[in-house]
Design a protein around this ligand. Structure first.
Ligand SMILES: NC(=O)c1ccc[n+]([C@@H]2O[C@H](COP(=O)([O-])OP(=O)(O)OC[C@H]3O[C@@H](n4cnc5c(N)ncnc54)[C@H](OP(=O)(O)O)[C@@H]3O)[C@@H](O)[C@H]2O)c1
Length: 253
């Protein structure tokens, strides 16, 4: 098995029932990985924007990935070489003063909590040598996101703790690669659609007018291709953080 060959490697994709996670699970299955898709509800399904991968062999695990025992249980059961953390809550798209603490903190209680549990378990277990963990954060971690409460801060924290995990892996000589990907708007997904509608309305523009200057946009297929690329690149050549736009991955310093 060469580094660029995912055939018969096991990938656990957390948050794969729809959106970017479904695109990532489908792309990994399409290049031969054994994919385990984790989400609380629906199994991964093919649909518009889900790519051309073969999803017949994707195994679905119904679980709340933020529950304390789920990461350990699923890592023990599947012993994956690749773990992709995509799951995230849809933020309440309102101005700061229209948030409650509960709506403001929803991405801390979901996105950050999931990243915390899974990164921790990847180090504690640890994942097998050569293993990779890819965390899907957001471009909002760089630019802020004034209509989604604590979302941008939560996504910035995901980036930070992915870096902490890499440092801990190196200190312990674990031979693991932790990478964070920060996508820009992906308006095809449930989360992306409500975000662009809110920002377009605030700008007094239609969604099309709002998106037009942004150039090519992220799609589930583009996210899938990016994760396949990161999973097949020699670990020494993988950076710790990437911006993801419709044009693909761009290394962040
Ligand atoms: N779309 C964008 O514009 C955009 C931009 C930048 C970053 N992102 C990030 O990309 C990731 C995916 O976003 P998306 O747009 O694809 O969102 P989405 O369409 O709303 O999908 C979210 C996924 O996360 C799963 N999930 C949520 N909570 C979960 C939990 N507790 N346990 C297990 N699975 C859970 C959902 O499945 P269930 O509901 O079935 O559990 C679903 O599969 C998120 O982290 C988001 O912040 C998105």
């Amino acid at each position: 098995m060469t580094p660029d060959d995912l055939t018969s490697r096991t990938a656990v994709v957390v948050g794969a029932s729809r959106g970017l996670g479904a695109g990532i699970a489908t792309a990994l299955a399409g290049v031969g990985a054994r994919v385990v898709a984790v989400s609380r509800t629906a199994a991964v399904t093919a649909g518009p924007g889900d790519g051309d991968g073969d999803i017949r062999d994707i195994r679905h695990e119904t679980a709340d990935a933020g529950e304390a025992t789920v990461a350990g249980r699923l890592l023990d059961r599947y012993d994956p070489e690749i773990v992709v953390l995509v799951a995230g809550a849809s933020p309440h798209m309102r101005a700061l003063q229209q948030q409650t603490w509960e709506t403001f903190s929803v991405n801390w209680e979901t996105d950050v909590k999931i990243a915390f549990h899974w990164l921790r378990e990847a180090l504690l277990r640890p994942l097998r040598r050569g293993g990779r963990v890819i965390v899907v954060s957001s471009g909002a971690a760089l630019a802020g996101s004034p209509l989604s409460g604590g979302y941008a801060g939560a996504k910035a924290t995901q980036r930070l703790i992915t870096g902490y995990a890499q440092a801990e892996a190196e200190r312990a000589g674990l031979d693991l690669t932790f990478t964070v990907v920060l996508p820009r708007f992906a308006p095809e997904t449930d989360l992306g659609r409500s975000a662009v509608q809110a920002y377009a309305a605030r700008a007094g523009r239609s969604v099309a007018e709002f998106l037009q200057p942004m150039g090519p946009l992220v799609t589930p297929e583009i996210a899938g291709a990016a994760v396949v690329r990161l999973s097949t690149t020699d670990h020494a050549a993988v950076a710790q953080a990437y911006l993801l736009t419709g044009a693909g991955l761009q290394e962040l310093s």
